[in-house]
Design a binder for this molecule. Sequence first.
Ligand SMILES: [Zn+2]
Length: 493
Amino acid sequence: MTKFVTESAISPVLLGKYEPVIGLEVHAQLLTKTKIFCGCSTRFGDPPNSNVCPVCLGLPGTLPVLNKRAVEMGIRAALALNCTVHDHSRFARKNYFYPDLPKGYQISQYELPLATGGWVEIEHDGKTKRVGITRLHLEEDAGKSLHDGFPHSNEKTYVDFNRCGTPLSEIVSEPDMRSPDEAYAYLTTLRQILLYTGVSDCNMEEGSLRCDANVSVRPRGANEFGTKVEVKNLNSFRYLAKALEFEIERHIGILESGGRISQETRLWNQAAGRTDPMRSKEKAHDYRYFPEPDLLPVHIGDQWRESVRSSLPELPAAKRARFVSDLAVTRYDAEVLTDSHSLANYFESVVKAGVPGKAAANWMQTELLRRLNDSGREITASPVSPGALAELVALVESGKITAAVGKKVFATMFETARSAAEIVAAGGLGAQVADDAIEQAAREIISKNPDNVAKFKSGNEGVFKFFVGQVMKATRGQASPQAVNDIVRRLLS
Ligand SMILES: [Zn+2]
């Protein structure tokens, strides 16, 4: 797992005096083919203003129709995040003016959100911590203002309405995080759950996952929260950690010099490496929320909720626990192997093909993942199938080839997609060292170590490994371990 370790310009003593309080608001684009209130495509990257219609352009006289699939995706996310999905929820109008919002209001949920009261467990510094989820609601996205790349960009702003009406789920956490690292771990965990459940592709570069942070600091031990600031535009995991770190230090600096924090919204400025004020913090009443009159309330019965629940896959945390308890891999292995659903599936297929869990985990991490990483490929594009890897590992485990030869064979498999058996047969790799040569080496080692021979003869079975190891070394790891075992045992008895 990637861990982000933050560095601070403020002395640890000063940092230690204060406790950061962080909550995140995450917008995840739901993986539907069409928009939330019309039939326009949600495809990313199409020519500007090609996926629009009178509804998502907000033309007078049009009426929204709720996309059932978007609601289902929202329920799916909410259940995976341990939220209560309410029987009744309602859409509301959030009124504000912006050029990329043609209706002059956004359809969102306010008083009656789809779901509330959930939690996720994050792991940080070897500890597990529960972070509360306040609410998950559905809303439509706005369009996009484009400030460069067009003929008159220096004097005009262009607007692309393709994104207008794209379904989003907004996931608001409790202010439960106490460091940028915890916020990073939370976003990582959340993203993994949304990916596993197929709710969102979470592509941050395409804006499918966006994050705003609420941050404040308070003297350590205090119960009251400090004045919070909202930081927007955190479009990567790295920006999130950097912006939080900057903001925490800024707050401490102001408080230490006797100043007051003003409640406001700030923007992360990546180029300058700082947050800049954007506007004073707007309050809910600024938006003049009222129930959306053009949409019926949303009713979700037990039947629908439970059918969505039963369609949920095994979630990453449960999978990790099962890998450790049933497949005897380490906690670390389990973390690596559950990084994505596809990777976990690959691992399970190797195990199903008869390879012990730990061996499968080792081969995947040392050989497969390294080579995939070096060649910039995903597990789904692996030239070596789980079955082919299992076949190779079986050759090594049975002693037909050595681990060193196995690694060479794997390299060829990765490049040519040929099977291990084929490569071994073609290259004569199965019999790198003739039995005569093994026997000669074994005789020499036995004659040089009379003490150990005596120990073995008096019943010290552990010494046997010493002889095998020495013979393997003498044959530079090219001999078949099975043959070495057999020959050494024969000579010693
Ligand atoms: Zn439309």
